[in-house]
Design a protein around this ligand. Structure first.
Ligand code: ADQ
Length: 475
């Protein structure tokens, strides 16, 4: 069903880097991430606005002057943050408190009151800067964990229009969430949105259980009603634009790139891993599982290469520095132990690729090994499936990512179980074509049905009806 055409205002921590790409600085950089390609078509349809941090910093907090960039259909509107704000709100509270907590790693959570206060202040600054840009019939769609409190701040400034929130990361189980000292404030803040969206039923269930425990009230299957407010709560698994990946992988350039990669490993089997270098993505356990394959099944020695592509991420955060050191060490150990004069088992590329390049690499990979310890959705799994042909490879997928709720025909593994993952990897490498094709056809159907377009249209349709309901209920 097509959503009605009102102006869409997307708010996220960062705006897409269209300006850099336009200036040619984006050469070699990622052109469009999952979120950008999911939302840009909707913004283009309605002449939309994307609002967020510019990525620029000022030495001190200064008067907010918005930066603007526009093309024929999309407007970017950005604010700068001070060095201190970025340190406390972004690297601090967002990425060292909420990120580990929501991914179920409370022991990695670094809690500092001044960082929480900075988080609140920056959410307020976003609201103050955004409110003057809004028109009464805009649809405001706020994205992700950096801006959980933006809705309540907009509300305090008098915004009564349509406003939804989507969480791209998991929502943790109630007993884990309860370790956050400001647990209640965040729940109350979320209730100012008309619609709260999650990737999976599990995250929705975790949120509802938490909210009902903490705030009381009830859920009727659509609306959560508590003494603190009412919000619609729903499940919207994000998808990709599958035809883009298929097309990229099929261009002559893509095919050539695939041939070059295959030749470079002397036609050996290729296992691919692609992620941001993040401790939630399970890169060390993936390397260990690959090592276990070589240990336990020696006939695979010399016959398979793991190509691990890791995009640098949050390199200023200590946990990410440690993760990189661990990955570097593991790659070195495996290669030192198993390499032969004509074979290096792990090829490790620590950089960003363009999505066209990734599509070509996905196409020639015999196995895609996706092993997050916890991941909101994981788009790489869907991109891999979209890039395959009638001679498809096999997806080995962690049960702890959102994608596992939909991609049930993948070989599902518990990434903590290194032996089990190594066995699944062997099974994937040895799977006969008929079985690969059967699994892939089922997965391809999911990926081409549950696309990014379906995701945003379903979300926006529900957002409108949630807002209309709220208006009807208003005194
Ligand atoms: P991410 O944690 O960034 O997103 P993911 O869903 O895997 O994770 O998306 C990563 C995107 O970056 C993919 O489009 C992938 O192609 C791209 N990418 C990864 N490594 C790359 C590299 N080396 N070079 C270039 N591109 C690379 C968050 C949540 C996820 C959720 C998404 C969308 O953490 O769980 O799926 O948002 O909601």
């Amino acid at each position: 069903m097509e959503a009605p055409r009102r102006r869409l205002v997307v708010v996220s921590n960062r705006v897409p880097n269209f300006m850099e790409q336009e200036a040619g600085q984006g050469a070699g950089a990622r052109q469009a991430g999952g979120l950008v390609s999911a939302l840009v078509p909707a913004l283009e349809e309605t002449g939309g606005l994307w609002f967020g941090w510019s990525g620029q910093t000022t030495p001190q907090r200064s008067r907010t002057e918005l930066r603007r960039w526009t093309d024929s259909s999309i407007e970017l509107c950005m604010l700068d943050l001070s060095v201190e704000e970025v340190k406390r709100y972004y690297f601090g509270f967002s990425n060292r408190a909420i990120w580990p907590l929501f991914h179920g790693f409370p022991a990695l959570m670094v809690l500092r009151e001044e960082e929480y206060r900075a988080y609140r202040r920056v959410n307020r600054r976003f609201a103050e800067a955004l409110i003057s840009e809004l028109r009464p019939d805009d649809d405001v769609w706020v994205h992700d964990y950096h801006l959980l409190q933006l809705g309540v701040e907009l509300h305090n400034l008098g915004w009564e229009g349509c406003m939804g929130f989507f969480l791209h990361i998991p929502f943790p189980a109630p007993e884990i969430y309860a370790t956050l000292p400001w647990a209640r404030q965040f729940l109350e803040a979320l209730l100012s949105y008309d619609l709260i969206g999650f990737h999976t039923k599990l995250y929705q269930k975790n949120f509802l259980e938490t909210a009902l425990l903490e705030l009381g009230g009830g859920f009727d299957g659509t609306y959560l009603r508590t003494s603190q407010g009412v919000a619609r709560v729903g499940v919207y698994p994000i998808g990709i634009e599958p035809e883009r990946f298929w097309t990229w992988a099929s261009t002559s350039e893509g095919i050539q790139r695939g041939i070059t990669l295959r030749k470079s490993v002397n036609d050996r089997h290729i296992v691919i891993g692609v992620d941001r270098l993040d401790y939630t993505k399970g890169i060390p356990v993936r390397l260990q599982a690959f090592q276990r394959l070589l240990e336990r099944f020696p006939s695979w020695r010399g016959k398979v290469c793991l190509v691990q592509i890791s995009a640098p991420s949050r390199t200023d955060v200590p946990e990410y520095v440690q993760q990189k050191e661990q990955v570097d060490r593991l790659v070195g150990n495996i290669n030192g132990r198993f390499s032969d004069h004509d074979w290096i088992p792990v090829r490790y590329l620590y950089r960003t690729f363009r999505q066209e390049e990734l599509a070509a690499i996905y196409r020639v990979a015999d196995v895609c090994l996706v092993t997050p310890l916890r991941d909101g959705m994981n788009l790489v799994a869907k991109e891999y499936i979209a890039s395959q042909t009638r001679e498809p490879g096999v997806l080995v997928l962690s049960r702890f990512c959102g994608a596992a709720e939909e991609l049930t025909e993948a070989l599902i593994v518990n990434p903590y179980d290194i032996d089990g993952t190594a066995r699944a990897l062997k099974e994937a490498l040895e799977m006969p074509l008929r079985q690969r094709r059967k699994r892939w056809e089922a997965l391809y159907k999911v990926v081409t049905t549950s696309t990014s377009q379906v995701w945003r249209n379903r979300y926006l349709t529900d957002l409108h009806s949630a807002h209309q309901e709220r208006e009807l209920r208003a005194p």
